[in-house]
Design a protein around this ligand. Structure first.
Ligand code: SAM
Length: 205
């Protein structure tokens, strides 16, 4: 998929309070992992950094990756304005581009449903984790397709069953896999609730 949709949305992304609220819940849940300032972390599909900027103070280094240069421009302005010294950005698609740095923590918020071959991305995450490293994935539970507008581009999954993700991750060498509901998004358009899970896992040592 092209990145135009997110490039276009970038400037106004943070103006939706429901996105900010959700990111707060997700970053608080990630913060419950045993993080330390010795850790190298990567966020995949970081967008404007709503989650990553809250996690950055809890780790040593954070590389925030996204395939949309528009999203990254907004994040870069925020990093400069807030003088965040331990955060860098990278425009990259892990399934198309070379990337082989390994990390103690990889997290990914509301991005997996945009990835056609989500299983291949889970495999990449497992490869890019150091032994004992943590993975945290937040996304929608399986929904009926009404979360996004009918004509929205780049929606490859209507949420996920975390038990299915767990089976895929076990096959990639991940263990201690669990998930919980961290938030429910209420859509003004239809007044419906869409629960969001955070799944965490650890790479076998
Ligand atoms: C729904 S937004 C979530 C942004 C942010 N994680 C948050 O929680 O606010 C999805 C993000 O995934 C990014 N994305 C979509 N496909 C991607 C891909 N193949 N590789 C990297 N990033 C991708 C988009 O550019 C967008 O920034």
């Amino acid at each position: 998929m092209g990145t135009e949709r997110f490039d276009r949305a970038a400037a106004d992304w943070d103006s939706k309070s429901r996105r900010v609220r959700l990111a707060g819940k997700i970053s608080s849940a990630i913060a419950e992992l045993p993080l330390s300032t010795e850790m190298s972390a990567m966020e995949y599909g970081c967008g404007t950094g709503l989650v990553g900027m809250a996690v950055a103070p809890l780790v040593g280094q954070l590389i925030a990756i996204d395939s949309s240069s528009g999203m990254l421009e907004v994040l870069e302005q925020k990093i400069a304005a807030e003088k965040i010294a331990n955060m860098e950005t990278l425009c990259c698609d892990l399934l198309a581009d070379k990337y082989n740095r390994q990390h103690n923590l990889i997290f990914c918020s509301m991005t997996l449903h945009h990835i056609r071959d989500s299983g291949a991305l889970l495999q990449r995450f497992a490869e890019l984790l150091l032994p004992g490293g943590y993975l945290a994935i937040a996304d929608l539970f399986t929904e009926d397709g009404s979360f996004h507008k009918a004509d929205a581009e780049g929606i490859h999954h209507h949420g996920f069953d975390p038990e299915e993700l767990k089976s895929s991750l076990e096959a990639c060498g991940m263990e201690a896999i669990s998930h919980r509901t961290v938030h429910s998004i209420v859509k003004e358009e239809n007044s419906r609730e869409y629960p969001v899970f955070l799944l965490t896992a650890r790479k076998r040592s």
